[in-house]
Design a protein around this ligand. Structure first.
Ligand code: OVV
Length: 409
């Protein structure tokens, strides 16, 4: 990473951001982004990513402020590098993620009700039963690939059941579809293009399972159609929001579970702490989300000329927020680089913040708490048997494979 002063610093009196040719999407960066994030934070509160023509934020305070000001830093231009105001997106824009008021407020209200604790806590018992079955199975094996056997298996069962989609096709299509969705939170690079080529079958499958006739009668999907019946949504908005649930709800939770497994496999003492006190599962999960955030970066777009950390930005300017860096910012977190389940990690930005903060965060936490809790009660120790295989994606961080051995308590 090289950095210089912005090109025309001499000609104007405005403060210019440091410029860097850093590529957040290079494989080598995704292998271990944290030393790079540290350099980005040290560049200053804002910097310019010359390869992408976007500004970047890597400190907690500035990212928090930008995410809280959704009027100035909007989402309707897309949350990747492509500006939907001038470029055609790869699919019809989401009516919640890639929307501003007033559309966003209306759809968000429906989805927020759907995913509120009062509506999802009834899923806990079913999730706990599934978690027990899964832990039985992996303990019987002893040696597993924690990605397919545990981290993917759980959400593919409990979340897809909760939405109410068919069993057939889940393994083949759900994660590849999400992979595409999350690649689109970055630039239209080679990774994006290769993924889009491979995603065609998944795109068709998703469109099909979002239809009312293919959903169970009591799931979250059916509840979205019921909201449309009540006039809270237009009829064509119900399948769009089922698509949102299936876009946002699988890869993210799968990778969060992967990241939890990695954190604990690397820190046996932390596992010992959780094993001794399994009710710490929810707090421990929060620290996983801080320490190994699932979401690493995405964009906002300015709706007007605005100053950020003293730097004047034009209208329609893309700004990248490095969530994975904010959650390791030593300005915000003492011993930021220490994974510590005793820490109060609340205030981390893993789910974003502000009006676009993750609508599914409570069901995501529920899934994580339930599986981690079941493991904590019954697994005495876990060990990485070989190097995990990272899954390269433009915005989310997780694994394709993670050979682990488990010892029953
Ligand atoms: C938060 C999120 C992630 C991915 C997709 C969507 C939302 C969507 O609305 O489709």
């Amino acid at each position: 990473m090289s950095s210089t002063l912005a090109p025309d610093a001499a000609r104007t009196s405005a403060i210019h951001a440091p410029v860097t040719d850093f590529d957040p999407y290079a494989d080598a960066v995704l292998d271990d982004p944290y030393p790079h994030y540290e350099r980005l934070r040290e560049l200053g509160p804002i910097f310019y990513l010359s390869r992408y023509g976007a500004y970047g934020l890597a400190r907690h305070a500035e990212i928090d402020s930008v995410l809280r000001d959704s009027a100035t830093f909007c989402s309707s231009a897309g949350v990747g590098l492509a500006n939907f105001h001038v470029e055609t997106p790869w699919r019809k824009p989401s009516i919640i993620l890639e929307a501003d008021p007033p559309l966003h407020g209306r759809t968000r209200k429906v989805v927020a009700g759907l995913l509120a604790p009062a509506n999802i806590n009834k899923l806990r018992v079913t999730m706990e039963r599934e978690a027990e079955l899964l832990v039985d199975r992996v303990l019987a094996k002893g040696h597993i690939d924690a990605v397919p056997d545990l981290c993917a298996a759980f959400p593919l069962k409990v979340f897809a059941d909760a939405v109410g989609i068919p069993r057939e096709g889940r393994e083949e299509f759900l994660l590849p579809y999400g992979d595409m969705v999350f690649n689109a939170f970055g630039p239209v690079n080679e990774r994006f293009k290769v993924c889009l080529d491979k995603a065609q079958g998944a795109i068709a499958w998703i469109a099909e399972v979002c239809k009312r006739e293919n959903l169970t009668h009591d799931g979250l999907g059916a509840q979205l159609y019921a909201a449309a019946d009540q006039g809270l949504l237009d009829p064509e908005e119900a399948p769009m929001l089922v698509r949102t649930l299936l876009s946002a709800g699988l890869d993210t939770t799968v990778f969060t579970l992967c990241n939890a497994m990695i954190c604990f496999a690397r820190e046996p003492e932390q596992w010992a702490t959780l094993h001794a006190q399994p009710t710490m599962a929810r707090q421990a999960l929060e620290e996983v989300l801080r320490f190994e955030s699932t979401f690493h970066s995405f964009y906002r777009t300015t709706t007007r000329e605005v100053e950020v950390a003293g730097v004047a930005l034009p209208k329609e300017q893309k700004i990248c927020v490095f969530i994975g860096s904010a959650n390791r910012d030593p300005r915000r977190w003492p011993d930021a680089h220490k994974f510590d389940v005793n820490r109060k990690a609340n205030g981390n930005l893993a789910f974003g913040t502000g009006v676009h903060g993750c609508a599914g965060q409570m069901i995501a936490r529920l899934e994580g708490e339930v599986l981690l809790g079941a493991l904590a009660r019954r697994v005495k120790s876990l060990r990485l048997e070989a190097a995990p295989v990272i899954h390269y994606n433009n915005s989310v961080r997780g694994y394709d494979s993670m050979p682990v051995s488990l010892l029953a308590a």
